[in-house]
Design a protein around this ligand. Structure first.
Ligand SMILES: [Zn+2]
Length: 247
């Protein structure tokens, strides 16, 4: 699909839809490549911005190792936390904040889906986690990542912040093969992608750091989701889903 020159504003309005699948760069000047993104060679020279995101933590052993590795590399990431795990790991949450990472809400006990919940049950997952984070960090403006990306009108209405999904999913939870997960990330990552990982697995931490090193070598720079959207002149809105921010 192509956008006519001058339709960039429309593209921005429809941005959520655009990010549902791979596409070429919006040809604002008519010179964009004709090749569809999914057909482009994965080893092509690349570069740009990526947002690494981690769900389901914090977990003392693995999250600490990850934070150490990210700090060594000067990389900022985004963590979507499980409230139940926050309760005994407040120092890890403080460390994330102090080191420039972005913090968001996953749920309180990783309920299978936020869709279809009563208002009280939704609050017990999202509101309760927001209050835990507020007690630690002194603010309440946290984005939401719903488990499995399941969103419906009630989730949008009650999210309490923007909803951040993802565009690259190596399914790291299903394997202990860190090299394979890293390779998936490196071969799929494009400027503007949001990468999904889980910092509760040692293999995922290893995969993340391997991928960071390989992607650094290819000219990528890692930012938080908030920074990625800002770099693309996107102002996140409460209740709106974002899964990537291609140029
Ligand atoms: Zn999860």
């Amino acid at each position: 699909m192509r956008l006519a020159a001058g339709a960039a504003a429309l593209g921005l309005l429809l941005w959520g839809a655009w990010c549902g699948g791979r596409r070429a760069v919006v040809p604002v000047d008519g010179t964009a490549p004709e090749v569809a993104a999914e057909n482009a060679p994965s080893a092509a020279p690349a570069g740009g911005l990526l947002a690494l995101t981690f769900d389901d933590g914090p977990r003392r052993s693995t999250t600490t190792a990850l934070l150490d590795g990210l700090a060594e590399r000067g990389v900022k990431a985004t963590f979507f936390l499980v409230g139940q795990r926050v309760e005994n790991n407040a120092d890890l949450v403080e460390r994330m904040e102090a080191e420039g990472h972005q913090i968001g809400i996953h749920t309180y006990d990783h309920v299978s889906a936020l869709t279809g919940l009563s208002a009280a049950d939704f609050d017990a997952q999202v509101g309760r986690t927001r209050r835990l984070l507020t007690a630690i960090l002194g603010r309440s403006d946290f984005p939401l990542r719903p488990p499995y990306g399941a969103v419906d009108p009630a989730v949008r209405a009650n999210a309490g912040g923007p909803i951040y999904l993802w565009s690259v999913d190596p399914e790291d939870w299903a394997t202990e093969d860190a090299a394979a997960v890293a390779e998936h990330l490196v071969s799929h990552a494009r400027d503007g992608d949001i990468l999904l990982l889980h910092d509760i697995f040692p293999s995922s931490v290893e995969a993340a750091l391997r991928a960071v090193d390989a992607l650094h070598a290819r000219g990528f720079y890692f930012v938080t989701v908030e920074e990625l959207l800002a770099a693309r002149q996107i102002t996140p809105e409460t209740g709106v889903s974002y899964r990537c921010a291609y140029p």
